[in-house]
Design a protein around this ligand. Structure first.
Ligand code: FAD
Length: 506
């Protein structure tokens, strides 16, 4: 093996959320054996949206060794217990995709089967009575609680809302103290090796060249290395997910700061509302085929709950995935690797799982085809599973008030998703495939929440007489709601645990 094949110098192109998250994990895990340089251009800037996350973000930050309170302070963060979906099944409907377990699973039989039988018998009505996260969210309450005291039940499972641009800046400061070298400048040329097409260096406007063995493309939708240089190709998924635009606008903060994201469906798209400590992030994701940019903008502005703090900003995107996330000596992470709309807040997660996967498969002795293929296989499956979960929300609508929703109902869906829906409808069963991100309880909530009622439940449930089933459900319901009532208000938790200094002086 020659010296040249060893990977010792990593160049990260881009300093948005993807760039700095990637730099952070690399320097933390492999910083002793790598030289890490990050190039970014203030003139080009970052996409600057992306404020809601899912629970694995907590483990990622813990892995880096970040202090949670400091991180939340610095990013004006708040707590997220789930996503409330409004007007998705039918107009006027509302349900929550709450994080965490529901009720208590039995050996070989998950809780929802017990609830399905109880529902058939008229013993229970609302599945969300058995979600501790939902009960707490409903009352705007939160504290850090791993389990409910004295009973063997899971506590609150949470993620964060935060200002993603501040997260990147926070990580930048942290990375620079650990030795990541940041270079400011606009890349104008990319040099490749004539023999194998691998990238050898990026060249800035100033003429400076930055050489590397491995390049991480975090250049966002520019996809400067993976696409503009290597022409890797893109698989377009807009026939399944037709939204291709978003208007984003911040508004003044509204009290109380609710501990959940809101996703409100409109005539040809949906609106997000994400409460931070100092403001609320809002946006409207929509399909330009069904809704003009001007009308969508006006609709968003008419549906804000507080004065706007800036002019709405339009972001265009194309849903899909890069054909290979890793090609030659370029690994694409973040928006350069593909785009899935933020309906289930998965982009920052995809960045984190992408860089974790690279660390696990780090090619320190040289890039091996088998390792690249495995990386790409895992990344592709991960993207597809999330894509299917997002399509589910559109496919399962019963709305007929616009052509957009009627077309969503009628569209052909991926075969794997069709199988999953059919199985649940017929049997109440849902299985997690391989390392799929969303657990069965996430799927169950969306399917039940949007009106899919299974025809059957598992027969293990019949071992429990109806009277005991009723007692069990009323016990769980009482515990969840009584415990939630005793929790501090979310606003109070933020004030005590992580109030941003700017809020203290406001
Ligand atoms: P960018 O932020 O665009 O960064 C690109 C970087 O590359 C910049 O630093 C830029 O300067 C640099 N660059 C580009 N070209 C050059 C060049 N020639 N020379 C030098 N530097 C260059 N994710 C979530 O998890 N939750 C959400 O709620 C969420 N909401 C979203 C809402 C919308 C409407 C959109 C579009 C995305 C949302 N996302 C969300 C996704 C999230 O915004 C992105 O995943 C995240 O910001 C990562 O962006 P990035 O770092 O890949 O790209």
């Amino acid at each position: 093996m020659t010296e040249q094949q060893l990977v010792k110098e990593v160049v990260i192109v881009g300093g948005g959320t993807a760039g700095w998250i990637s730099a952070a994990l690399l320097v933390k895990m492999l910083g002793k054996s790598l030289k890490i340089t990050l190039v970014e251009s203030e003139e080009i800037g970052i996409v600057g949206v992306g404020e809601a996350t899912i629970p694995p973000v907590i483990h990622f930050n813990e892995g880096l060794g970040l202090d949670e309170a400091t991180f939340l302070k610095e990013t004006f963060g708040s707590i997220k217990l789930g996503i409330q979906f409004e007007n998705w099944g039918q107009q006027g409907d509302s349900y929550m995709h709450a994080f965490g377990n529901f009720g208590k699973d039995y050996p070989f039989c998950t809780f929802h089967h017990f609830w399905l039988k109880a529902k058939q018998l008229g013993l229970s009505d609302n599945f969300w009575d058995y979600s501790f996260n939902y009960q707490a969210a409903l009352q705007n309450r939160f504290t850090k609680l791993d389990s409910i005291p004295n009973v063997n039940l899971q506590g609150l499972v949470y993620a964060y809302h935060f200002d993603a641009a501040l997260y990147a800046q926070f990580l930048r400061r942290w990375c620079e103290t650990l030795g990541v070298v940041r270079v400011e400048g606009k890349i104008e040329q990319v040099h490749t090796r004539p023999d194998d097409g691998f990238i050898s260096a990026v060249q800035l406007q100033s003429g400076e060249q930055i050489k590397g063995d491995l390049f991480i493309d975090c250049s966002g939708m520019h996809a400067l290395l993976i696409e503009k240089t290597l022409n890797t190709g893109y698989e377009d998924w807009s026939h399944w997910l037709p939204c291709d635009r978003a208007w984003a606008v911040p508004t003044e903060s509204v009290k109380p700061i609710v501990p959940y994201t809101r996703s409100i469906a409109h005539q040809a798209g949906w609106q997000w509302r994400i409460p931070l400590q100092h403001r609320t992030g809002n946006g409207l994701v929509f399909s330009s085929k069904y809704w003009s940019e001007e009308d969508a903008r006006a609709h968003l502005l008419a549906n804000l709950d507080a004065p706007a703090l800036a002019e709405p900003r339009l972001i265009k995107f194309r849903t899909g995935r890069r054909l290979k996330q890793w090609h030659r000596n370029v690994v694409s992470i973040g928006l350069s690797s593909g785009f899935l709309e933020p309906l289930e807040s998965t982009s920052i997660h995809l960045i984190q799982s992408g860089i974790i996967r690279l660390v696990k498969n780090f090619p320190h002795l040289g890039i091996k085809a088998a390792e690249v293929a495995e990386y790409n296989r895992q990344s592709q499956l991960e993207f597809e599973h999330i894509r299917d979960f997002i399509i589910l929300h559109y496919k399962l609508t019963q709305r007929t008030d616009s052509k957009f929703w009627r077309d969503c109902q009628q569209m052909e869906i991926p075969e794997r998703l069709a199988r999953k829906m059919e199985l649940f409808q017929a049997t109440g069963k849902v299985y997690r495939e391989q390392d799929e991100l969303f657990s069965p309880i996430a799927w169950i909530q969306v399917m039940l929440g949007q009106g899919m009622v299974p025809q059957d439940y598992h027969p293990i449930v019949n071992a429990l007489p109806a009277e005991q089933l009723s007692e069990l459900l009323s016990y769980l319901k009482t515990i969840y709601s009584a415990t939630a009532t005793k929790l501090p208000q979310h606003d109070e938790f933020l004030k005590q645990f992580c109030q941003s200094d700017a809020m203290n002086t406001a």
